[in-house]
Design a protein around this ligand. Structure first.
Ligand SMILES: Nc1nc2c(c(=O)[nH]1)N[C@H]1C(S)=C(S)[C@@H](COP(=O)(O)O)O[C@H]1N2
Ligand SMILES: [Mo]
Length: 320
């Protein structure tokens, strides 16, 4: 059985009782409406370490018709191999991630290389909330309200040189905080990349939160990339370094298997993964579970109007 198939099968079960109605509880807590029904995990976890609100203005240009996936599913069904390969591992184990202090270094082919503290990075541009469709290469999808600002704001701040053609994203790799690093599934640190024009596209979001709260650790706190027209693995979590380069960067997944995980990895129902179809997807959180009707995957995950022109004339079967 393939690595990814194994992951998909072993993780169909999401923890149920764990965080039923978490969001409502948080909201009623905020409203001062505590009741006796408060779940034990809530007082232990949520009250001790957050979640913290993150003020973000909804951006009406980025909404989708689909119902957002519940907070519970968004934060308990995750891929974050630094904390294990089961879908519930990040929720269970990411507590050991130290998100403060945190700095991000932007280096390489830029006029003003800089290391920014997370608080400075948060203030670099106004925070927006955008509801994005997200599609994992494994065949499942979610709809997530993300909070952040266009990565272009940061890139313009450091001023890319004319020679810069690509942007590389590097996640934290610390064995003390990340138990998953013990297994050599992929080469650590987790590395991803985009072409400079893709990174500058307004859709590409430097992301600090979801559902109006600081990112939970399992979702890539304190800062990650979100690229909604590409398969989920392009959206690197918990990043510490952004490097502008002339050469196409080597990414962790294309080094794992370049035939299965290309550099572009645009969502494309017409280009199958070598071992499975990409024509349909399963929406996480559908009450019908595995019996829910399959959703047809859209070209560029439904973002063709905003991104297709960047690939005009390219053979997307070759540049997958
Ligand atoms: N550092 C890091 N980033 C990562 C991953 C990972 O394992 N490590 N998994 C990727 C994959 S395969 C997906 S589908 C998304 C999942 O993001 P989510 O858990 O917030 O939905 O994160 C991506 N970013
Ligand atoms: Mo993924």
């Amino acid at each position: 059985m393939s690595f990814h198939q194994k992951i998909v099968r072993s993780s169909e079960i999401t923890p149920k009782a764990v965080f039923e109605n978490r969001r409502q509880l948080i909201q009623s807590a905020a409203a001062g409406a505590f009741g006796l029904a408060l779940a034990p995990w809530f007082s232990r976890e949520a009250l001790a370490n957050g979640p913290q609100r993150l003020a973000a203005t909804p951006n009406p240009s980025y909404v989708v018709g689909d119902e957002p996936t519940s907070y519970k599913h968004v934060t308990s069904y995750n891929n974050f191999y630094e904390f294990g390969t089961d879908k519930t591992d990040p929720f269970v184990y990411a507590g050991s991630l130290q998100t403060k202090p945190w700095t991000v270094t932007i280096e390489g082919l830029v006029k003003k290389p800089v290391t920014l503290d997370i608080d400075a990075l948060l203030k670099l541009a106004p925070m927006e909330e955008r509801i994005y469709r997200m599609r994992c290469v494994e065949g499942w999808s979610m709809v997530i309200p993300w909070d952040g600002y266009s990565l272009s704001k940061l890139l313009n701040y450091v001023q890319p040189l004319g020679s810069a053609k690509y942007v590389e994203f590097i996640s934290l790799a610390d064995r003390k905080q990340m138990p998953g690093l013990k297994s050599q599934i992929i080469e650590w640190p987790y590395r991803e990349g985009l072409r400079l024009d893709e990174a500058m596209n307004p859709l590409t979001l430097l992301t600090f939160g979801l559902y109006g709260e600081v990112l939970p650790k399992q979702n890539g706190a304190p800062v990650r990339i979100v690229v909604p027209w590409k398969y989920g693995f392009k959206s690197a979590k918990s990043i510490v370094k952004i490097r502008l380069t002339e050469e196409m960067p080597k990414t962790s997944w294309s080094q794992f298997d370049s035939r299965e995980y290309g550099f572009y990895s645009n969502v494309n129902p017409a280009v199958d993964h070598p071992r499975w179809s990409q024509a349909t997807e399963r929406r996480i959180g559908d009450p019908k579970g595995v019996f829910a009707p399959k959703i047809r995957t859209q070209m560029f995950n439904g973002y063709a109007d905003q991104v297709a022109s960047m690939y005009a004339g390219m053979d997307l079967k070759k540049y997958y």
